[in-house]
Design a protein around this ligand. Structure first.
Ligand SMILES: Nc1ncnc2c1ncn2[C@@H]1O[C@H](COP(=O)(O)OP(=O)(O)O)[C@@H](O)[C@H]1O
Ligand SMILES: [Mg+2]
Length: 304
């Protein structure tokens, strides 16, 4: 009936931080409109200080807005029913340093009333998924930044949320970790979950987001489907496979006949990420091992 209801909706959202004398100090969020559709991956992009984390905290009910409308899953953010359906990875994970990975997830599972066999199954699947199944009794206080990010991601999914909010999920991760997080995000979206993620590293999220909003100074500076934003209207590209030299010459001459000038041609470049992942995969095959963390398994089965 209400299938058109946005998963996240804000209209003219405002958050102004005041100083001790209650004078406005920072217009952290200055009139932001957002509308997330079910099952999409939405990127909130912008440089440091542009208002991403503040927006997220308002959506989570952790901060009270100073103006505008907010609805999450059709309700006010502080509604208890909303909280149980949202997963959140904070910008800084606050982990108890003396707990190991499993104990950490048990702690968060308990907050959602998960117990017994169900809880342990979910934890097993999540630890596998984020590649931390073999950290055993190691305390999370000794985890690298990347490992802390992974346990944070697992924690954000323990309640099988419908809406997953990830604040800078790739910060501190190497390109392999970044790729894995992006793959998990895409897989979650395929299962019908809605994902809102923030990042100041644009290239990190470019290929997972369906739509993005670019913030600067608490205001929306650009917004739309990522394909449309990146498209350059009057600049076309023709893709060709391997061409023998004489074919290429023939083609260029023909194009020159049509255009009046000889078009620029250059070989296709792969991006640095693709190259890096190939180099690492090659190295793994040669040494017959995984490096650092183990490769993560399937998307946790319980996530619906
Ligand atoms: N608790 C706070 N008190 C005062 N100012 C804050 C607070 N949190 C954030 N700000 C300010 O609000 C602005 C937006 O911050 P933030 O939302 O954290 O940006 P981002 O996540 O995009 O880096 C910044 O100018 C920041 O200094
Ligand atoms: Mg932030």
């Amino acid at each position: 009936m209400m299938s058109e209801e946005p998963i996240v909706y804000t209209q003219g959202l405002q958050k102004i931080f005041k100083d001790f004398w209650r004078r406005p100090r920072a217009r952290a969020v200055d009139g932001i409109d957002l509308s997330l559709k079910p099952g999409e991956v939405y990127g909130l992009l912008g440089p440091n200080g542009s208002g991403k984390s503040t927006t997220i905290k308002v959506l989570l009910g952790l901060l009270h807005p100073d103006g505008g409308e907010v609805r999450v899953l059709g309700r006010p953010p502080r509604d208890v029913q909303v909280k149980s359906r949202v997963g959140y990875l904070p910008e800084e994970s606050y982990l108890y340093p003396y707990l190991d990975a499993r104990e950490t997830l048990r702690f968060y599972a308990a907050l959602f009333g998960l117990k017994g066999e169900l809880r342990e199954q979910r934890i097993d699947q999540l630890l596998d998924m984020v590649g931390l199944a073999h950290t055993g009794r190691r305390r999370v206080g000794e985890f690298s930044k990347g490992m802390a990010r992974r346990i944070g991601l697992a924690q954000a999914l323990i309640n099988d949320p419908d809406l997953v909010i990830l604040d800078e999920p790739t910060s501190g991760l190497d390109p392999l970790g970044t790729r894995q997080v992006k793959d998990i995000v895409s897989a979650l979206a395929k299962r019908g979950k809605t994902i809102l993620l923030s990042s100041h590293l644009l290239a990190d999220v470019e290929d997972v987001c369906d739509r993005v909003t670019i913030l600067y100074g608490g205001k929306v500076r650009a917004s739309g489907p990522i394909r449309e934003l990146l498209q350059m209207a009057n600049n076309l590209q023709i893709k060709l496979g391997d061409l023998p030299d004489e074919k290429r010459e023939e083609l260029l001459t023909a194009l020159e006949g049509v255009l009046g000038t000889r078009p620029d041609i250059e070989p296709t470049r792969r991006d640095l990420e693709t190259l890096f992942l190939e180099v690492v995969a090659q190295a793994r095959r040669e040494t017959g091992e995984g490096s650092g963390t183990r490769e993560e398994g399937e998307l946790a089965g319980f996530l619906q």
